[in-house]
Design a protein around this ligand. Structure first.
Ligand SMILES: Cc1cc2nc3c(=O)[nH]c(=O)nc-3n(C[C@H](O)[C@H](O)[C@H](O)COP(=O)(O)OP(=O)(O)OC[C@H]3O[C@@H](n4cnc5c(N)ncnc54)[C@H](O)[C@@H]3O)c2cc1C
Ligand code: SF4
Length: 528
């Protein structure tokens, strides 16, 4: 049998890495089990010319299309938005784009402000010091003074606007609408041993340069130096409980496929809002930590709209990371718009060579035959645009459950997603497409295309084990501890109460650091 550990963390992604690093200073014996591998940046697609092809294969953001041994399949047939993730040391941060906004203070109070969903049991001020701590560890580039936010200081200058950013900002200026250089988890200068971004635009298939802050190169080296043990290729099947209803450890399959038991005094789950719900539901006879019946419920994505314009002038094409500017003109509720809450526009640059052709053909703007080259020249380096990230409200019928048939390579039931786009989200998407068209037209686009909701855009996973003070209305308490199993904690996006209208990872990690800090404050009683 494995030696017992003080703290067992399951999942080595954005939140698992942060909680491991923070707890390391306690000198407890901390072990993390991760189903995926360590990454080798030199083998990322961005190190070779065939990178766009590999991005659509072994580095695809859909686990079903990537289908590595280390992935688990997801049945998302009953959802208009499909799951995107990455399973390995670093988790989703290996593939993420590094857009790194914070929540607004209002995001924690949507019930009080708008009469929908629930308020969080904590507020922006509670998280502010942990946002700052996480920013230092990940390294954030941006420009202080964004009027949409409480004051905070990015440690590096913003990424360049580039041609596309300047064109789009011009459109926003004509309309008098808010924009600001984006906060990004991408180093614009050399930072803490990481080289600065060299603007090659391969970010979402892994950054071989090390400029993008994935946790395998930020938190994990520091956590391991501080004594944390990380065991890759270990897939946890279930969390076990003892006769007192406390977590006693986990059963997992090791790198050789052998079943193992890992005893632990405290268990922390960090498998993301799909993986965590799956693991809790697959533990015990009928699931654990679920007296509320809410494990797996209230799944939130951010419904995305993608809107692009085609310009006569040259845009960035394949240059630069996607991130340049954002607009939060339509972030806060204005009921005259026909929906509650709001969205962020995140502006991107252009498309790469192959995608410009593949996508151009898909949307009917690239012909075969005599006009092919003429059409391609109009597409490549002549397109730019944005996504709208719409706040999704929690609804109990949007669920992660265990699929009765589909299983992963170890025979563990796969997660099944049932999700319906709400009327509020539909109206918000329509609004975003109309306003984005205004921006692109003002910026000089002669042709506008959109997709809403973005089918492949299920990369923000939230809400399936939400936090709260009422054990009947939430799964964990206000510092991440299970109401039912007192030595079981959850730190990933599943504990979100609402989704806000921004990318979630900065908040996921700030929450993980906050939960770790709360645990450290209560060390004496943690093992009761
Ligand atoms: C293409 C793409 C682009 C994105 N862009 C952005 C962006 O620009 N900005 C942003 O904020 N967010 C972005 N995201 C989302 C971001 O990656 C996630 O919000 C973040 O990684 C979630 O952190 P987490 O700790 O909850 O889970 P993850 O980072 O997903 O980590 C979970 C880990 O748990 C492991 N695990 C799961 N189940 C088990 C098990 N049973 N046993 C052992 N290990 C297990 C997984 O292998 C994984 O490594 C993007 C994601 C993708 C895929
Ligand atoms: S554009 Fe910058 S962050 Fe993106 S992959 Fe290239 S070096 Fe890394």
């Amino acid at each position: 049998m494995n030696q017992p550990v003080d703290v067992l963390i399951i999942g080595a992604g954005a939140s698992g890495a942060a909680v491991a690093w923070s707890l390391a200073e306690t000198k407890m014996h901390i072990l993390c089990l991760e189903q995926g591998d360590w990454m080798t940046p030199s083998s990322y697609p961005s190190a070779g010319r065939d990178w766009e092809q590999r991005q659509l294969g072994e580095f695809h953001y859909s686990p079903n299309r990537r289908a590595r041994e280390t992935d688990y399949p997801v049945n998302d047939n009953a959802s208009p938005i499909k799951i995107a993730n990455f399973n390995g040391v670093g988790g989703g941060t290996v593939l993420y784009a590094g857009h790194f906004p914070r929540f607004h203070p209002s995001d924690f109070r949507v019930r009080s402000l708008d009469g929908v969903a629930e308020d969080w049991p904590i507020d922006y001020a509670t998280l502010a010091p942990f946002y700052d701590e996480n920013d230092r560890m990940m390294g954030v580039s941006g420009l202080a003074g964004d009027p949409a936010y409480p004051a905070h200081e990015p440690m590096m200058p913003p990424l360049p606007l580039g041609r596309s950013g300047a064109i789009l900002a011009g459109g926003l200026n004509k309309l008098g609408w808010h924009w600001w250089p984006s906060d990004s988890a991408i180093a614009s200068t050399d930072y803490e041993g990481r080289a600065r971004c060299i603007n090659l635009a391969h970010c979402t298939s892994g950054c071989a340069q090390g400029a993008k802050a994935s946790t395998d190169i930020t938190y994990w080296p520091a956590a391991i130096r501080a004594g944390v043990e990380l065991r890759p290729r270990c897939r946890v099947r279930e969390i076990t409980l003892n006769e007192h209803g406390m977590a006693s450890g986990a059963i997992y399959y090791d790198a050789d496929g052998k079943e193992q038991f890992q005893p632990a005094e405290v268990v922390i789950v960090a498998c993301n809002a799909v993986g965590t719900a799956r693991l809790l539901l697959n533990s015990g006879a009928n699931g654990i930590a679920n007296s509320s019946g809410l494990v797996g419920r209230n799944l939130m994505f951010h419904p995305y709209a993608r809107i692009a314009g085609y310009f006569d002038v040259e845009t960035d094409g394949n240059r630069g990371p996607g991130n340049c500017i954002w607009s939060q003109e339509f972030y806060e509720t204005d009921r005259a718009r026909g929906f509650v809450r709001g969205y962020t526009f995140e502006f991107s640059r252009g498309q790469n060579q192959v995608m410009a052709a593949v996508h151009g053909q898909q949307i009917g703007r690239l012909s075969w035959g005599a006009g092919h080259h003429r059409d391609y020249r109009r597409l490549f380096r002549h397109r730019t645009g944005m996504v709208a990230i719409c706040e999704d409200l929690p609804e109990e019928h949007n669920t992660v459950t265990l699929d009765p048939v589909l299983k992963d390579g170890h025979g563990i039931p796969a997660p099944k997603i049932d999700y319906t786009l709400s009327d509020n989200s539909r109206r918000m998407l329509d609004h975003a497409v109309a306003r984005a068209t205004d921006i692109l037209t003002a910026a000089g686009a002669h042709d506008v295309w959109h997709e809403a909701p973005l089918m492949d855009g299920g990369w923000h996973l939230m809400g399936t084990a939400r936090m709260g003070t009422d054990p009947q209305r939430s799964v964990v308490n206000e510092w991440g501890r299970s109401h039912d199993v007192r030595n079981l904690f959850i730190v990933d996006g599943s504990i979100f109460v609402t989704s806000a209208g921004v990318n979630p990872t900065r908040t996921i990690q700030a929450l993980a650091l906050y939960v770790a800090d709360s645990m450290k404050q209560r060390l004496a009683t943690l093992f009761d």
